[in-house]
Design a binder for this molecule. Structure first.
Ligand SMILES: *[C@@H]1O[C@H](CO)[C@@H](O)[C@H](O)[C@H]1NC(C)=O
Ligand SMILES: *[C@@H]1O[C@H](CO)[C@@H](O)[C@H](O)[C@H]1NC(C)=O
Ligand SMILES: *[C@@H]1O[C@H](CO)[C@@H](O)[C@H](O)[C@H]1NC(C)=O
Length: 313
């Protein structure tokens, strides 16, 4: 009898500990569990431990891990781990399978209250490297892969007689609404469903000049609408009678390794670009995960003599 009471006390203590843990920390979740099928994480604000993933890219302000792929196209299996700690950064390399703890966070700069929140893992700790030198295989977008962006609409919230150009167009509602993603229908949902993943854009074509940061818009080898004779994409009127938002375009950001993108101009085509998908402003940015040892972006343009010019910066 005493034994039973004793056992009861112990099990109550264990249950209390488990409840405390459930409130503050979620064990053994996957990256896909953190991303979920919507804009905002179901685990926002929670501490997680024993999170396992393959390191697929690194920068000076963090790294990206991928967990097992979800068979739900809405759910990304990639995640940005935010840290500027040199000690933490030097403890992981691309190709490592690691486990770690941290806090799931939806981040945007306080000075940019209309930006989308980026889902990330903050305060990484308890990092254990289980194996190194594993193959890192990007998801190839376009017809050779399994995923291509939609070509017409940006967001389910673009209502009004002018579609995405209607005024007011309250972009900040995207996160407030936190709808589940519809990557087949809406461009923002498509790119959000790839947040944090390493992807390859085949045969990218520049759609403008680079900006002051060396960033430029491209489309890949997938279907596009509004292609014009200069190689750009014209905003046409879609079959629904609304302006086509050209959501099949994506910005190429500055390389993660600190190198510089090539100079670009409308219609220039490039070698394949591999990078991680992340948010910038309200659209998505593909940051080339350039590693000086193996990847670069090569520009190929046809000049007046018809010759190819290859350049690398
Ligand atoms: C966002 O929506 C998803 C899907 O309905 C839900 O699981 C998640 O908890 C929501 N996140 C927040 C922070 O509201
Ligand atoms: C936009 O959405 C936000 C969040 O739902 C809301 O607070 C704000 O009032 C909205 N602004 C307009 C102009 O509709
Ligand atoms: C055209 O490209 C060729 C090969 O790179 C180069 O030698 C030539 O100078 C280029 N011509 C012009 C006008 O840029």
């Amino acid at each position: 009898m005493t034994g039973a009471v004793h056992y009861g006390k112990r099990s109550w203590a264990a249950m209390a500990a488990a409840i405390a843990l459930a409130c503050h920390s979620v064990r053994a979740v996957s990256v896909a569990d953190i991303q979920g099928p919507a804009y905002l994480s179901p685990l926002k604000g929670k501490s997680v431990s024993d999170l396992t993933g393959l390191v697929v890219a690194k920068s000076t302000s963090g790294f990206w891990i991928e967990g097992p792929a979800s068979d739900d196209d809405r759910v990304s299996n990639g995640l940005n781990v935010f840290t500027t700690s040199k000690t933490v950064l030097s403890s992981v390399s691309v190709g490592d399978v690691i486990s770690l703890s941290g806090v799931v966070s939806e981040f945007r700069s306080s000075s940019s209250p209309n930006d989308l929140f980026a889902t990330e893992l903050d305060s990484p700790k308890s990092i254990v490297v289980h194996s190194s030198g594993n193959a890192v295989t990007p998801l190839v977008l376009g017809p050779t892969g399994t995923r291509s962006p939609p070509t017409q609409e940006l967001s389910a919230l673009d209502t009004g007689s002018d579609g995405w150009l209607s005024v007011p167009n309250n972009q900040s509602s995207v996160d407030a609404t936190n709808a589940t993603l519809r990557p087949d229908a809406f461009g923002m949902d498509f790119w959000a469903s790839l947040e944090g993943r390493l992807v390859t854009v085949r045969a990218p074509v520049a759609l403008d000049f680079e900006n002051d940061f060396g960033e430029f818009w491209v489309h890949g080898d997938w279907a596009v609408t509004g292609k014009n004779s200069r190689g750009g994409l014209t905003i046409t009127i879609g079959p629904d009678g609304l302006p086509d938002a050209n959501p099949e375009t994506v910005i190429i950001g500055s390389p993660l390794d600190g190198t510089t993108n090539p100079t670009v101009s409308l219609g220039k085509t490039f070698s394949d670009i591999t990078g991680v998908v992340l948010y910038q402003w309200i659209r998505l940015l593909l940051h080339p995960a350039l590693d000086s040892s193996n990847r670069g972006i090569y520009a190929r343009s046809h000049n007046s003599t018809g010759d190819d010019q290859i350049q690398r910066r």
